[in-house]
Design a binder for this molecule. Sequence first.
Ligand SMILES: [Zn+2]
Length: 430
Amino acid sequence: MKLKLLVLAAATAAAFVPAVAADTAAPHVVAIRAGKLVDVAAGTVLKDQTIIVTGDRITSVGPTASAKVPAGAEEIDLQNQTVLPGLIDMHTHLTADPMLAGYNELGVSDIRAALYGVRAARQTLDAGFTSVRNVGSSGGFGDVALRDAINDGDVIGPRMRAAGYLIGIKGGHCDENLLPADMNVTARGIATGPWEARGKVREAAKYGADVIKICASGGVLSKGDQPGAPEFTPEELQAIVQEAHKLGRKVAAHAHGAEAIRDAIIAGVDSIEHASLIDDEGIKLAKQKGTYLVMDIYDDDFILQEGAKAGILPESLEKEKALGQLQRDNFRKAFKAGVKMAFGTDAGVYPHGDNAKQFYYMVQYGMTPMQAIQAATIDAADLMGWKTNVGSIAAGKFADIVAVKGDPTTDVTVLTKMSFVMKGGAVIRR
Ligand SMILES: [Zn+2]
């Protein structure tokens, strides 16, 4: 057993050699032979391409026939596969265990949640998601700690943008509403009024949040609130957005109801999460302001099938039944109208690593397979603010590269079966 652990540790260390050794030795050079390569920027599929990776970055990509492969480069043969940029999920909760919902979650500390995140991070990366935006860890800053552990090489996982705590109103979706008044429990990110809300943004940034996550409306998996009802007032929303942007942070607004969606877009948030009940006016505003929608249109399946076992409250299951189909229909409507969409799934509500199951629904509800892939690569990178680093296979970007057998541009379901994953030049899975 001990020997096995040592071997595992050695293998783990070896996988990270390119990034770690970059300063001391000549960087490791890899030539990836791609039978097919999805060019997400052009929306086309190229044949017989060679990608040269030096250290953690892509140094060139072009036709194999004319590729100049440096002497001594390691060759990775993906000639029978379709190669894509690493996928990006804009709405995850890596520190959440999907089987600990409702009252089951109450005994979980922020530290324990961060440690759940270690497994979730590995599962997410193994599934081909090389970057995620983690929109909140309910206890506090467990996701920030997880991000730092990944960046330090202590934990294997995707690149993360983390939100820390969620900012919301008292008794709203982002509060802790399961306990009685005599326990006097309020979640850490709760604010009343524009100034307190600004203070919460400043505090989140102080403790390492890359992105600010707020609750603009009620939610499904919380107690006593209504998804259709707005929560923060327009004044509070404007204060939050102004403060976050001043501090260089984007704002992701949880919003199901039409009024909250409109208020949040007008206030200038960067993305609307869920957007279940978006109306014509909201669609028009999102188009005008260039606001992204991040619509989690797969997780309804899991919530309704497995949610009761996980401890999701009966009232939450009722709320999900009322919203699930409307959200899928509104996804179709908003996309058809030309609203920008980024791939996001609410991973943590359903098991980590199943993120790619959502591609099927995005195609079912109006996208071409290429458009769905773009939403999870180049468009997600734009919303992440990482367009120069991730989101496509191009010289200068991180070598975040995945591959599948089959053709995801005709059948997106093959994306649920990743056969090769590289993050920053390190092979994670092959
Ligand atoms: Zn969420």
